[in-house]
Design a protein around this ligand. Structure first.
Ligand code: ATR
Length: 520
């Protein structure tokens, strides 16, 4: 089992020693504590000895070189090494020394040596990474090699993947890309035999972007269970950091007892290049696709579900048995299923779609193929005309909506009413058709102004979160072949929304475009 090393963020040893979270973790199997000696204002040999008494058997001790993010610039190599030597004498589990720190005379005792290299300034190319790794591998004292470098985009992290996949007869490797695009590197190490990864404490203030908390790794990503051969799933989009899809899908995998881990990939550039570079090396079997890649990803699919073809966009791709990509659009199924669950068959029923963008298109085709008559209302009339024509429906102007019971269902696909503009509504109360079911794809807030007005009018309402869970459940069933534990998925999403500080999927269908901050 690989370990989760929780990095001390404390500014003094006294603060670390008083931190119950770190003490608790030091007592648990599968956890290590990283002591960053360059951080501590009260670092003296006496104070350090006290800390070693508590943490040594579970510690990675490092006194980071100033050129590699060390905070003390006026400290000599020999002084840094003397502290590390003390840690080894006291039985620290690991000592981390940078390649640039001369360490030929260092005595490891029972400790293992992590030989490390960090570059916070730049991403390294494959050639440079391989050269460094070979050099580090040749260091007779090194037990583990750690290479961490900056990444500004997902392609910057590709050379680390090729290092991870090339493990033959080399010392164990920890390869990390710092920055949001490098999140995946923090999680997948055990799939490639890495002995440990780094996480932050739950109360760590503003730490490195892309570094998960230990709890996320342990509970959501099942880090301690990850093994070579586990399938990898994920969501690609931009932005993606606060997507709820990883939480929802990992919950489903765990609940169903299935191997597999689902990761967020922030892909800024060409998503096809991402898939071609990463999918086979990382073991990716399926991906959720969100804004802005839904249309482009259609092109990578050799086979596409008819509905996705009509919509011109996929939100899911998965490898079929021939190793080719199959694309589907579960947004469309989810909208139609959610409505049919409440009002029965849509055949012959009038459905009013508010909006005429990408999300509207998926919804409109989704209900159309179930036999509904589609009406489209939109701020820009020409867009409504175009969508109505594409689905064989009718355009209707907002000012023609007078509340008469002409529609079995109304679906809002615009962002109107989404946080922070929660007092906005796409329809005034008097425009909401009587006895219609009103469905809002916005799910931040859970109950939008539109839904509140609809309820006041006695209409049945459907929240966007239902939709988000459904499209995810449908994806899960496609890639896993198992029945989705929909209730568990919904509960975990609801809990996250209730605690949410940040959301990037405020609309169930068109997740990811706007990052909306909920006031703390
Ligand atoms: P998505 O792909 O998420 O659906 P989109 O393609 O940009 O996003 O579409 C957004 C939809 O919401 C459009 O129909 C847009 O109307 P316009 O076609 O007039 O742009 C609609 N929309 C966005 N903001 C709106 C607002 N403040 N009032 C009314 N409609 C709005």
């Amino acid at each position: 089992m690989a370990d989760i090393c929780v990095a001390s963020h404390h500014t003094s040893l006294a603060e670390l020693l008083a931190d119950e979270e770190f003490y608790m973790l030091s007592q648990r199997d599968g956890f290590l504590i990283e002591l960053r000696l360059d951080y501590y204002s009260d670092l003296t040999l006496d104070n350090f000895n006290v800390a070693l008494n508590v943490f040594a058997p579970k510690a990675i001790v490092t006194y980071r070189h100033p050129a590699e993010d060390g905070r003390r610039t006026n400290v000599s190599d020999s002084e840094r090494l003397s502290y590390l030597q003390r840690a080894a004498e006291a039985g620290a589990k690991y000592i981390d020394i940078e390649t640039r720190t001369p360490h030929a005379d260092f005595k490891k005792h029972q400790s293992q040596l992590i030989l490390s290299f960090h570059d916070f300034e730049q991403a390294l190319d494959s050639y440079e990474l391989r050269r460094r790794r070979e050099e580090m591998n040749a260091d007779a004292e090194a037990d583990i090699i750690k290479i961490a470098c900056r990444s500004d985009n997902i392609q910057d992290t590709a050379p680390l993947l090729s290092l991870l996949t090339d493990n033959a007869a080399l010392k164990p490797l920890i390869a990390l890309a710092m920055g949001e695009s490098g999140f995946w590197t923090r999680v997948v190490g055990p799939l490639f035999g890495s002995p440990l990864t780094y996480a932050r404490g739950e109360r760590a203030p503003g730490t490195a972007a892309g570094q998960p908390t230990w709890r996320e790794l342990e509970e959501n990503y099942r880090f301690h269970q990850l093994k070579p051969g586990w399938p990898v799933y994920g969501v690609i989009g931009n932005p993606i950091t606060h997507s709820l899809s990883p939480l929802m899908h990992n919950t489903a995998l765990r609940k169903m007892g299935l191997d597999g881990v689902y990761l967020p990939f922030r892909v800024e550039g060409d998503p096809i290049e991402f898939v071609n570079t990463f999918a086979s090396a990382l073991g990716i079997k399926a991906l959720s696709v969100t804004i802005p890649h839904k249309e482009t990803m259609l092109k990578i699919c050799s086979e596409v579900h008819e509905l996705a073809r009509m919509i011109g966009a996929v939100n899911t791709i998965l490898l079929n048995s021939n190793g080719a990509w199959y694309g589907a659009n579960t947004d469309a199924f989810a909208a139609a299923d959610a409505l049919e669950e409440v009002i029965g068959s849509l055949r012959g029923k009038n459905v009013l779609v508010l909006g005429a963008g990408g999300a509207a298109k998926a919804v409109a085709f989704g209900v159309k193929v179930r036999g509904a008559h589609v009406f489209v209302a939109n701020r820009t009339i020409e867009h409504a005309v175009a969508l109505a024509a594409a689905v064989g429906g009718k355009m209707i102007r907002y000012d023609e909506l007078d509340g008469r019971p002409n529609f079995a269902a109304v679906i809002n696909t615009t962002s109107v009413g989404m946080f922070p503009d929660t007092q906005q509504t796409p329809l005034k109360k008097e425009q909401i058709p009587e006895s219609s079911i009103v469905f809002d794809t916005v799910y931040n807030p859970l109950r939008t102004k539109l839904l509140k007005l609809a309820q006041e009018k006695g209409c049945e309402v459907l929240e966007g979160v239902t939709m988000f869970v459904r499209q995810g459940a449908c994806q899960f069933e496609l890639y896993s072949g198992a029945k989705a534990p929909r209730e568990a998925m919904k509960q975990v999403v609801l809990a996250a929304l209730k605690n949410a500080r940040l959301l990037s999927e405020p609309r169930a269908l068109a997740s990811g475009r706007a990052v909306k901050r909920i006031a703390p």
